[in-house]
Design a protein around this ligand. Structure first.
Ligand code: PLP
Length: 421
């Protein structure tokens, strides 16, 4: 099946007489005939038993997303932040470290640099454009993963996935990629060597701003028996001595994430949320195509304005990442553009406050056009140094192009430009 077809048909196949649309199983629990049956599930949860870590509606969506990314399995989470957190906790314990590129989502920077540190896990940030030798210096004996974003929010850097996968693998650790902005419609990182993909499904996948969520997808390709990951190989005392690699082979990572982390932390989405996410996924290919088309036109329009110092959109020929985007994002660069208004912070705020169609919201990748001033919102907690590393200046506006008619969006931008001197 091609990806458009997978978006509609993967994950749930009704049998004779069953509902056409994946049903919402709004039940925390499931009935069994015997105590013995339940006892067996506590040894090995092969059926649905409790909705803190598995549910049939969520399961259908997990299967669909795994198929879209080309992975062996997926696990949904209640937010993108939870997906980032668990993707790392599944490989790192106190005393370990991991390497991340600096140009990533502000919330992830906080999580990695501040909260993870409190868990005893060190994140070492690197410049993804540095040489292989330079980046390799960040890896230590206790380093267990490398992390980056396909298309960074909001820096819009395009990650050289093949290069980073090469570096990670030379150091015997998995490459984890946040593929939120690209979505599997525009880029499938596993095809370029990534080992684990995560998403904030709150963004394009949901698309309609109706529910938050995240997902972790496992490529099934990483060798967890290479000596660096004893937790995958040695018996898990909290699950009757199961060895994840022996019992689950290529699905070791994603099953361990569910059996240990989701069981213990319980940041699982509700069935109702998964149902809504599924609706978003069904139209994802059509929407992504239109976002890309609208955004390219708007980026070109903004670029011509004398009210703007710089525009960042990897789909523009003048963009630093244009050539790399042609390789990794051949069908388009999604709907997010950033630009810097002349006059810095003050004019950026003025511009935004005079838009009428575009909503000023803490959100991105919505079906409706929306704007945000990263320096005073999502990236507010970052130091000036971290802001530079994340590719943000104080006059920068993140413009998330929606699916309105492009002429209406341009007319709105003109209203903002009109008040900027
Ligand atoms: C929004 C976002 C997150 C966090 O996701 P939430 O669903 O808001 O928790 C992580 N990564 C990227 C790239 C994002 O845009």
């Amino acid at each position: 099946m091609k990806i458009e077809t997978k978006c509609l048909h993967e994950g749930y196949t009704p049998k004779n007489g069953e509902p056409r649309v994946v049903p919402i199983v709004q039940s925390t629990t499931y009935c069994f005939d015997s105590t013995e049956h339940i006892a067996q599930l506590f040894d090995m949860p092969t059926e649905f038993m409790y909705s803190r870590f598995a549910n049939p509606t969520v399961d259908a969506v997990e299967r669909k997303i795994a198929a879209l990314e080309g992975g062996v399995g997926a696990m949904c989470t209640s937010s993108g932040q939870a997906a980032s957190l668990l993707s790392i906790l599944n490989v790192c314990s106190a005393g370990d470290s991991f390497v991340s590129t600096g140009a990533i989502y502000g919330g992830t920077v906080n999580l990695f640099a501040v909260s993870m540190k409190k868990f005893g896990i060190e994140c070492i940030f690197v410049d993804q454009e540095a040489s292989e030798e330079e980046i390799s210096k960040a890896f230590k004996e206790n380093t267990k993963a490398m992390f980056c974003e396909t298309l960074a929010n909001p820096a819009l850097t395009v990650c050289d996935i093949e290069k980073l996968a090469g570096i990670a693998h030379k150091n015997q650790v998995p490459l984890i990629i946040d593929n939120t902005f690209a979505t599997p419609i525009l880029c499938r990182p596993f095809e370029w060597g990534a080992d684990v993909v995560i998403h904030s499904t709150t963004k394009y996948m949901d698309g309609h701003a109706v529910q938050g969520g995240g997902v972790i997808v496992d490529s099934g390709k990483f060798d967890w028996t290479n000596g660096k990951f004893p937790d995958f190989v040695e018996p898990d005392a909290s699950y009757h001595g199961v060895s994840y690699t022996k019992a689950f082979g290529p699905m070791a990572y994603i099953i361990k994430a569910r059996m240990q982390l989701m069981r213990d932390f319980g940041c699982y989405p509700a069935a109702n949320s998964a149902f809504l996410l599924n609706l978003g996924l069904e139209t994802l290919p059509v929407r992504m195509k239109q976002y890309c088309e609208n955004a390219k036109k708007i980026a070109e329009y903004i670029q011509k304005s004398d009210k703007v110092i710089s525009v960042t959109y990897p789909g523009l020929e003048t963009d630093k990442y244009y050539e790399r985007a042609k390789k990794y994002l051949p069908d388009g660069c999604s709907g997010v553009i950033t630009f810097s208004i002349k006059g810095g912070r003050e004019n950026a705020v003025k511009f935004m406050d005079h838009l009428e169609l575009a909503s000023n919201v803490v959100h991105v990748a919505d079906i409706r056009t929306c704007v945000l001033h990263p320096a005073s919102a999502t990236h507010r907690q970052l130091t000036d140094e971290q802001l530079v590393a994340a590719g943000i200046d104080s006059g920068m506006i993140r413009f998330s192009v929606g699916l309105e008619n492009v002429d209406d969006i341009i007319a709105d931008i003109d209203k903002g430009f009109a008040v900027v001197q």
